[in-house]
Design a protein around this ligand. Structure first.
Ligand code: PGA
Length: 251
């Protein structure tokens, strides 16, 4: 199974989001080995959820949720509210949340647990900054983010979480990690997860950071990658259809 996740960030209101999902799904036939995830802005969740209804290969997700179930939290959206709007997935700890909004490792853990409690499939994003990579700290940073983001989960809950490895220096920069470098970090993540899970569990780990129709094939040739999380290149139908149509070599 390959997961193609579109993170639209702060783009596409309800009308544009609906139109984009509709035109993509009209041209992409369902396949058992492919899942399409759309993460629109919160205001567009309901529209996207309506469009994916009836397509078992497609789903809508929230880009962010707040951990409290309800209350006086002006401007926030709880996991339960996102679920009510039709989300079945939720991102947690996207690098923009961490680095532009000051979200802490501990807060990402609360968001993952809140998503699970609302029956949303969490996708925890982890990844190092450029100076962290250049000073040999990639593994340490990623493991720290995993430990905090997945804190308190038993092995069953762990199996419901998808990880997105997104090196910060690759996001929106046009500079993607090489397939080899991405796969190396994926192996670190997989090792960490498998030490905490029942034998034989296959955890889903996606790569994100400047994925495009031009580089998706070489990235997805790495079997370590269970899919891709895509920002800029998921914003228009042509480019996104190109990416989700990427062939994968037989295992
Ligand atoms: P990008 O963003 O594909 O535009 O680099 C990826 C992401 O932020 O998830």
């Amino acid at each position: 199974m390959t997961i193609f996740a579109a993170n639209w960030k702060m783009h596409h209101g309800p009308a544009g989001a609906r139109e984009l999902v509709r035109s993509v799904l009209a041209r992409v036939r369902p396949r058992e080995d492919r899942k399409l995830l759309f993460f629109p802005p919160a205001v567009s969740l309901a529209a996207v959820a309506e469009e994916v209804k009836g397509r078992h290969d497609a789903a809508a997700g929230a880009q962010n949720v707040y951990w409290e179930p309800k209350g006086a939290y002006t401007g926030e959206v709880s996991a339960a509210l996102a679920a009510e709007a039709g989300a079945t997935w939720a991102l947690a700890g996207h690098s923009e949340r961490r680095h532009k909004f000051g979200e802490t490792d501990e807060e990402t853990g609360k968001k993952v647990r809140a998503a699970l409690a609302a029956n949303l499939a969490p996708m925890l994003c982890v990844g190092e900054k450029l100076d962290e990579r250049e000073t040999g700290r990639t593994e340490g940073v990623v493991v720290r983010q995993l430990a905090a983001g997945l804190d308190g989960l038993d092995s069953g809950a762990l199996g419901r979480v998808t990880i997105a490895y997104e090196p910060v220096w690759a996001i929106g920069t046009g500079v993607n990690a090489t397939p080899r470098d991405a796969a190396a970090v994926h192996r670190t993540i997989r090792r960490w997860l498998s030490e905490r899970s029942p034998a034989g569990t296959r955890h889903r780990i996606l790569y994100g950071g400047s994925v495009s129709a031009a580089n998706a094939e070489s990235l997805l040739a790495e079997h370590e990658l269970d899919g891709v999380l895509v920002g800029g290149a998921s914003l228009d139908a042509e480019s996104w259809i190109g990416i989700v149509s990427t062939p994968r070599p037989e295992r």
